[in-house]
Design a binder for this molecule. Structure first.
Ligand code: ZN
Length: 467
């Protein structure tokens, strides 16, 4: 989805192949360094103020590669579940920071579009392609507070929504039709498309604007796009729900633009629970916030190496939330190890335990170890009754999980990839050896100390309502 791409150059190397990309005619080190600095600065600005969605999306592009194999910039979604950001260092340097921000925002939005609009007929229509460019650039101009498109050698580059509108107006007027005002024309993504389709001669982009849209030129695996984009949207939504006003505005605007005339987007937003931002209550099935959060956090902690089966795992996780299941593929790989520890000293909500048990049971390729604990650790099998009621100690859990103590004469002889603790949090804090692996689910009325602990750990309150 390269921004402002000219011509139809087919990439010279396999855009999935990181080594080849890095080796291909490397730019001079000073240019690479400068371009990297611009990219970092742009992403920092997104995170702080301008686009929570783009910020999360690039946080999920684990490899960001300066390469001359693309002329501009592109986000590649590989079949292994990972996204790569490729950018031409010379291009970034010539654009400068403002231009780089515009281009990165544009590319991120393309990926989100590809997640929200999947109708094959639309995808094949060059007018829709143009409509995407118009919509995306309109939003970029507004969100980034710009008067004009980024300049390259002193000239604006990319599709200017106002120029396209002027051509639309002229075409309709010439054929005795009534054009709608610009504000109406640009209101939603499908509106732009619908209005362009009213033209006698809709403008077809003379050249492909995005390498991405050339047949197979830039890998765009739909499962990967869906996984990465939905995760970015989920995280942006959680940020909005936690009071990030910028994220809230961005999501409201994106929702409003994308769902009209697009049942898929409406359904995706509904599954995400995004209606809550508008004060709507979820209509049908209720999926609680903490559940979405846990699925996302678990998804990232159980992620395989980049060549392995992450999409499969992610698919199982999403299926557990009632989203469209994805195709299983690849394998076999080493099972991931997950420890789930229930604090039995207080009252554990039964539906939470049931949900967790079912979720974990549906994750492919995971070896789960179940523990209950109060002042001591007691392994159990799912479905078995758990006992408890004494005082609480997180130390006993850490000692067992980290292999220092035995229970019933046995040590835990595996190293967990993730440890989920369901507790009220009311016991002396601990610092596990690998805090990044620990996920704390805090029951109502409990203490969320792991969130403010040093180091902070993933922590979320379990609620019984959808909030
Ligand atoms: Zn584009």
């Amino acid at each position: 989805m390269a921004y402002g791409e000219r011509g139809r150059r087919v990439p010279v190397v396999d855009l999935n192949d990181r080594r080849a990309l890095e080796r291909h005619r490397p730019a001079d080190p000073a240019t690479v360094e400068e371009a990297r600095g611009l990219k970092e600065a742009a992403l920092l600005d997104f995170g702080l103020t301008e686009s929570a969605v783009a910020s999360w999306l690039y946080a999920k592009c684990h490899h960001q590669i300066p390469t001359t194999a693309v002329d501009t910039a592109a986000v590649v979604a590989s079949g292994d579940g990972t996204c790569l950001l490729l950018y031409n260092p010379g291009f970034f340097v010539r654009l400068g920071l403002d231009g780089v921000k515009f281009v990165l925002f544009h590319e991120a939005r393309h990926l989100v579009h590809r997640h929200l609009f999947t109708d094959p007929e639309l995808r094949e229509d060059p007018v829709f392609e143009l409509a995407c460019e118009v919509s995306i650039n309109h939003v970029a101009l507004i969100r980034l507070g710009r008067e004009q498109l980024p300049l390259l050698e002193g000239r604006p580059t990319g599709v200017d929504p106002r120029e396209v509108y002027a051509a639309y107006r002229a075409d309709l007027t010439a054929h005795g039709l009534e054009p709608v005002p610009y504000e109406t024309f640009i209101e939603t993504d499908m509106r732009v498309y619908g209005e362009l389709k009213r033209m006698h001669r809709p403008p077809v982009p003379a050249r492909r604007l995005c390498v991405h849209l050339q047949d197979g030129a830039v890998p765009a695996d739909q499962e990967t796009v869906d996984g990465v984009a939905s995760s970015a949207l989920l995280n942006a939504l959680l940020a909005a729900r936690r009071g990030h006003a910028g994220a809230e505005r961005e999501l409201l605007e994106l929702m409003g633009r994308s769902e009209e005339g697009n049942p898929r987007a409406a359904k995706l937003w509904g599954n995400l629970g995004a209606g809550a931002l508008r004060g709507e209550t979820a209509r049908t099935r209720t999926v609680d916030w903490w559940q979405r959060w846990l699925v996302d956090v678990l998804g990232s902690k159980l992620r395989d190496g980049e060549r392995l089966v992450y999409p499969k795992k992610r698919g199982a996780l999403l299926a557990a939330l009632g989203q469209d299941p994805m195709l299983a593929r690849r394998g076999p790989v080493r099972d991931k190890v997950l420890v789930i520890a229930y604090d039995t000293s207080g009252s554990m909500p039964a539906h939470v335990i049931d949900w967790l048990t079912e979720l974990v049971g549906r994750i492919d390729g995971v070896e789960a170890h179940w523990l209950s604990f109060d002042a001591v650790v007691m392994p159990f099998a799912p479905g078995e009754r758990v006992y408890g009621g004494g005082g609480t100690s997180f130390h006993v859990v850490a000692d067992y999980v980290e292999g220092r103590t035995e229970v019933n004469g046995r040590r835990l002889d595996v190293v967990p990839d993730a440890v989920v603790v369901l507790t009220d949090g009311l016991a002396p804090p601990i610092t596990p050896a690998e805090p990044e692996k620990w996920i704390w689910l805090i029951t109502e009325g409990g203490s969320e100390w792991p969130e403010t602990h040093n180091p902070a750990m993933d922590c979320h309150r379990v609620t019984t309502g959808s909030r």
